[in-house]
Design a binder for this molecule. Sequence first.
Ligand SMILES: [Zn+2]
Length: 111
Amino acid sequence: MGHPEEPHQVPAAQAAAAAGADAAQQRAEREARRPACANCGTRFTDERWKAIEPAGWDAPRETHPHLCEDCKQRAITAERQAEHTEQGHQEHDQALPELKNGGTWISRFRS
Ligand SMILES: [Zn+2]
């Protein structure tokens, strides 16, 4: 196919200096990009930040990337409660037309 790639020759001192400057700058840029919780404003921990970053196409997406761990748990609890309430309403709404259409007075007209 082609020639094997030749490794880059970089003087050790220059490489170390560049790496040090890069590391400091990267840390500053990283802190500037650190997300904060949309609910309580707490800056995410490294762990939490890592958790919300997409790990790959197959990885499940974080459900609450804008919230810290505490607020996420609270939001999930609240959503579950809301879901239960909504389902209860739906069941209730669905029961009403059934009562109207399935009423006995219609069948009385037909007989
Ligand atoms: Zn929070």
